[in-house]
Write a protein that binds this ligand. Structure first.
Ligand SMILES: [Zn+2]
Length: 72
């Protein structure tokens, strides 16, 4: 799926947009087409959510740090 992360050069807003062929995405905040394309959709998603147990041990799915009320 041609889903890309963009950062608006005009206002700095970061967003995802579907880019089909020669379509030019625009910033949803200011409407600018001066956008910087980010290629790290996958990496940014895993680092922001942290719900995949990146350190590998038995953590609960409700928190990233292993110390919430549902953890052991
Ligand atoms: Zn903008």
């Amino acid at each position: 799926m041609p889903l890309h992360d963009f950062v608006c050069r005009a206002c700095g807003h970061a967003f995802e947009a579907l880019v089909m062929g020669k379509d030019q995405p625009t910033c949803p905040l200011c409407g600018s087409t001066e956008l910087a394309k980010q290629m790290s959709t996958f990496a940014s998603r895993t680092t922001t959510k942290g719900d995949s147990g990146s350190s590998g041990s038995a953590k609960c799915s409700g928190c990233a740090g292993g110390s919430c009320s549902t953890c052991h």
